[in-house]
Design a protein around this ligand. Structure first.
Ligand code: PSU
Ligand code: MN
Length: 299
């Protein structure tokens, strides 16, 4: 068995069989600037506690898998610019070299599963990038969703991705994409998009139930839950799309590729939107933490 170090809160919750919500750490190290990243990570954890579950932020620190980060580690990680971005391919390498790394959606799912955690809240997942027909850039997050049985609450695929292609790949991989409470697909900063959601459910208990039914059916993989950002916090699709197109164009011109692409585009969008996108990003993560906690309470 691989060694996992749990925070004292998470250890307690496991012992008492209490609901736990996993959180990723790439969002902290590569998804948001300091100090908003640390502030957000802390407030997301508070939201989860407020709704009756225990937060378990996942990362690798000096070659040790952490499930639940104590305040000091969280604060250190949020300031550390040398942290690696870990996906499925990088986990063992990081452990063997005793390095520090932040987990993406894919890597967080793998560790959450090892720790017996069924539900995980994030902001956005990786997907099929625009122009993937040329670059082949398709996030490992999609494949992970098809093989690791953790349900992931996100705010829908980001407009930086090719949304129709992302939906197609998820369908091919047999990943249920379930929008919470509406039939149109939310698109991260926007609570609505021109795309229909493949599936929808209106209450947290049905989402938990369908996770369990999939297990009983012997289906591998998790569910992708798309939770619309509250209307008051959203940036309408028509407003954000030109900004996204500009940011993707800049990335293209500067030849930013692979692991660097998503962080680059996110920070450009933040600049171009004069911080508006970051505010929406923070609001949607908290909203996802709330829904994930409600689902966690139903297992
Ligand atoms: N989307 C965001 N913020 C993020 C990410 C995605 O809005 O921080 C991170 C997540 O950790 C996700 C990863 O798993 O980027 C996907 O990266 P890539 O596209 O390189 O697979
Ligand atoms: Mn990629």
């Amino acid at each position: 068995m691989i060694k996992i170090e749990y925070s004292s809160d998470v250890k307690q919750a496991i012992k008492n069989n209490e609901p736990i919500v996993a959180l990723e750490s790439t969002i902290i190290t590569h998804g948001m600037p300091w100090p908003e990243n640390l502030k957000t990570a802390k407030s997301v954890e508070s939201v989860i506690r407020e709704y009756g579950a225990t937060p378990a932020t996942i990362a690798i620190i000096n070659g040790v898998i952490k499930v639940g980060l104590e305040d000091e580690s969280l604060s250190e990680l949020s300031k550390n610019k040398a942290v690696r971005k870990l996906s499925r391919a990088d986990l063992a390498h990081c452990l063997v070299r005793k390095e520090t790394g932040a987990t993406t959606v894919a890597a967080t799912m793998i560790i959450a599963k090892l720790a017996g955690i069924k539900i995980f809240a994030t902001g956005g997942i990786g997907g099929v990038h625009k122009y993937a027909e040329k670059t082949f850039d398709i996030s490992a997050d999609l494949q992970e969703l098809s093989q690791t049985s953790v349900s992931v609450v996100c705010a829908g695929p980001k407009a930086i991705l090719d949304i129709p292609k992302t939906l197609e790949v998820l369908e091919t991989l047999g990943v249920p994409v379930i929008t919470f409470g509406q039939t149109s697909l939310p698109a991260f900063w926007s609570s609505d998009s021109p795309f229909a959601s493949p599936l929808s459910l209106d209450d947290p208990s049905s989402i938990a139930k369908s996770h369990e039914i999939r297990k009983r059916l012997g289906l591998s993989g998790g569910q992708l839950i798309a939770n619309p950002i509250p209307k008051a916090d959203q940036i309408p699709f028509e407003t954000i799309e030109p900004i996204v197109i500009e940011a993707v164009k800049l990335a293209n011109e500067k030849n930013i590729i692979a692991k660097d692409l998503t962080p680059f585009i996110l920070s450009k969008i933040n600049q171009l939107s004069k911080g508006e996108s970051l505010l929406a990003n923070i609001a949607l993560i908290k909203n996802n933490a709330k829904l994930a906690s409600k689902i966690a309470l139903c297992f």
